[in-house]
Design a protein around this ligand. Sequence first.
Ligand SMILES: Cc1ncc(COP(=O)(O)O)c(C=O)c1O
Length: 447
Amino acid sequence: MLPVILDRTSSEPLPAQLAGQVRALVLVGTLGTGDRLPSSRALAADLGVSRAVTEQAYDQLTAEGWLEARRGSGTYVTATRTTNAAAPQVTSRPTAPTSGPTGVTSGLDTGTPFFDPRLEPGWRRAWREVSVATPPRGYDDPRGLLELREALAARLGRTRGLDLHPDEIIVTAGTTDGLRALLPELRPGPVVVEDPGYRAAAETVLTYGREVIDLPAVETVGDLGDAVAAYVTPAHQHPLGRVMPAADRLALLEAARRADAVVIEDDYDSEFRYDVAPVPAMARLDRSRVVYLGTAAKSVVPTLRLGWLVAPPDLHELILRRRTITHAGAAWPSQRALLTLLRDGWLDRAVRSARRVYAERAPRVAEAMSPYATLAGPLAGMYSTWLLPEMEARRARDAARAAGFEINLLSTYARTSGLAGLVIGFGGVTDAELDRALTALTGALAR
Ligand SMILES: Cc1ncc(COP(=O)(O)O)c(C=O)c1O
């Protein structure tokens, strides 16, 4: 029996679903070259579908070269995932993404920033400029659009205390794209990732065939062992919220020097402090050890798919070389649009207005939640994290879900730390929706 599950409610036709799942079984190595598949008749009976479904899927996979039909003998796997030193190897299978149920209206997630309607003219202007500009012919500079790098260098100097030449910046398609660019250039070895931590980072490390070593998110690191990199969110630990103390930053850098490892600084939402000025970037302390990753996902929108990477010179060269050869890079229209938003001050306005909104919403969340749960870090950014037992967190999450809101459990960010609670984002909803969600949450917690 093949381990496949067909979803009859999906809009994807059943033969396509079946073919996709068999392809995936070959890719992860569950099915290997020479394995015999059940006959289309037997598989159709197992899955409770018509034989036409299994035949169509087998025909498709045969045409694509995954399977071969041997006359009178059956259907066999012909292709296997090839492994060689240069190709990424999956050591541990990435976990399935957690997605909310259909029908949920609003996400109180950490990934949807506030977008002030007053900024719409700036957004439209940016895209009007894209529409009349002439795109570069052929493949452009793999570091990204020069004017954009100049504007980014100026802004990172002003807001993050980083003194950068535009040529030191590589424009990426976001934080995770920056991580994908970096990982192949590091020598073999595991990568330390905060736990709880940014799920996309741990998954990306696994996808590139490297082991993830869990670093308890609020502990001082004195030793990185044989790790080649440590992925951290020093300005606002994701998702516990703490700022990495200066002594811990220095200890981590020292540990990285001893291990000849790099620190990967994910500086995703540091501009959204409402009590103090943003904490300066860790990269300021040692540019030769830190790979700095920035993103437009929080200050503009994630769908722009833009970010920036600053790496020590040797890694910068390696990353650029591979990005040139592989034609990796950020899409020109997005880069050109971000240039307008930066140049004309729209981005600064967007950050200021979002900061005002978060500064007003964060205490409202705190007021509602503090009778029932413990705040994990200082109030900052576009979400806050609340510690409470898993059972209670689930009960509250379910109540919010019934009211039409999706909220993440802290346990889904934790790999071995075992922490439980709720991560409540407040950027992607209206004030009224936030109130309704909090009423649902606190109603369940009070019971
Ligand atoms: C911790 C953290 N880093 C980075 C990002 C942004 O990643 P990307 O730029 O790849 O969208 C997010 C988005 O939610 C995040 O939560």
